[in-house]
Design a binder for this molecule. Structure first.
Ligand SMILES: Cc1ncc(COP(=O)(O)O)c(C=O)c1O
Length: 364
């Protein structure tokens, strides 16, 4: 088959290795593998799953879902305190990014990506034939100023992606800087707020004032529903209409709509989990700071990035040592500029203690 010329030499998303393969490689059973590399929640959404089990026989899975997703948008409207017309419901945040690039990018357009950051911004843009211009965050604290971003924005720039708080670095960009970018460019600013609930700040209100701002969110992180695949975009009314041009009619399932709607009626559960994870994050940060051979970066998310003394080869060796114990952390290529770092998703208290002890042991 002859693929599109755009995709010749294309740098695709690096799929995560399945737990079964990792287990086989390190001689463990698959159930002994703990995924701490995808920033998901250690707490399954049990109340919502119980409600699903109870109502399962009444779920009309023989029908398509209501493709306006009105009931879910009503829930989002109450949760975000914005009108129902301000949401585009998507199959995870990734589909939100996909819809956005489809609506905005033509071959040869430019996209500015403050980096290191979530790899799908570049992947989705390059799939459309756009050229990605990286603007590197400060190597010491990963801060990025509006001026630095705006300096890279040129005539051909159609999109700027800002992950806030950022993955993999865990830090947030002040909202005043976000607004400055929105105000001083005609390009569309996508603010990816996948980790919003952990940090608290949001650019959602900016979408009222600026029609070039799109906020991208997910149920995969704070709501413990990565496997459910629900996300949403927030934008001004007209921008929502434009985004809907590329929205597929049935990308959510009836069960996933049920679970997401139930989660929005049970915000207390999500908030308790966010508190638990944030407390654990502080404890892990302190423990890693005291471990000696690693330096964690402050985080307002559900993960902590830490630098490993001795550089990229030591980081990879530590990742391997942890993997042999069934603990899977995320490592990075040299070109990402965080090749000497590992990213740890905050797990349960017991798992976090195991990770910290294993890091101490490996660096002795
Ligand atoms: C910054 C960021 N955006 C989007 C996503 C994808 O989220 P979803 O599971 O909703 O597609 C992730 C997942 O790790 C992420 O880290």
């Amino acid at each position: 088959m002859r693929i599109r010329r755009t995709l010749e030499g294309f740098d695709a998303y690096g799929w995560e290795t399945p737990s079964r393969d990792i287990a086989a490689e390190v001689g463990l059973r698959p159930e002994q593998i703990v995924r701490l590399d995808t920033n998901t929640s250690p707490y399954p959404p049990l109340p919502e799953l119980r409600a699903l089990a109870k109502g399962a026989q009444r779920l009309e899975v023989n029908q398509y879902p209501d493709t306006t997703y009105l009931e879910l948008r009503e829930g989002l409207s109450r949760y975000c305190r914005l009108g129902v017309e301000r949401f585009v419901v998507t199959n995870g945040a990734d589909e939100g990014l996909d819809i956005t690039v489809k609506v905005l990018l033509d071959n040869g357009d430019e996209v500015v990506v403050p980096s290191p950051t979530y790899s799908m911004f570049a992947v989705a843009s390059e799939l459309m034939g756009a050229r990605v211009k990286r603007v590197w965050r400060d190597p010491e604290d990963f801060a990025i100023s509006a001026d630095k971003v705006l300096h890279e924005v040129g005539q051909k720039t159609r999109l700027v992606f800002l992950c806030n708080p950022n993955s993999p670095t865990g830090n947030a960009t002040p909202l005043s800087e976000v607004e400055k970018i929105a105000a001083e460019t005609k390009a569309t600013l996508v603010v990816d707020e996948a980790y919003h609930e952990f940090g608290g700040a949001t650019s959602a209100e900016l979408t009222e004032k600026y029609d070039n701002v799109v906020v991208c969110r997910t149920f995969s992180k704070a709501f413990s529903m990565a496997g459910v695949r629900v996300g949403y975009l927030i934008a001004g009314k007209e921008t929502v209409e434009q985004l809907n041009l590329a929205r597929p009619p049935n990308s959510l399932t009836v069960p996933s709509l049920f679970l997401a709607q139930a989660a929005l009626r049970n915000l207390g559960e999500m908030r308790r989990n966010v508190e638990r994870i944030s407390r654990e994050r502080s404890r892990v940060f302190e423990a890693l700071s005291a471990a000696g051979s690693v330096s964690p970066f402050p985080s307002v998310t559900n993960f902590v990035l830490f630098r490993v003394e001795g550089g990229a080869s030591k980081a990879k060796a530590l990742q391997r040592a942890l993997m042999r114990k069934g603990l899977v952390l995320r490592a990075y290529s040299e070109s990402s500029r965080v090749g000497d770092c590992l990213r740890l998703t905050i797990g349960t208290r017991a798992v976090n203690s195991r990770v910290v002890a294993a890091i101490r042991e490996a660096s002795r």
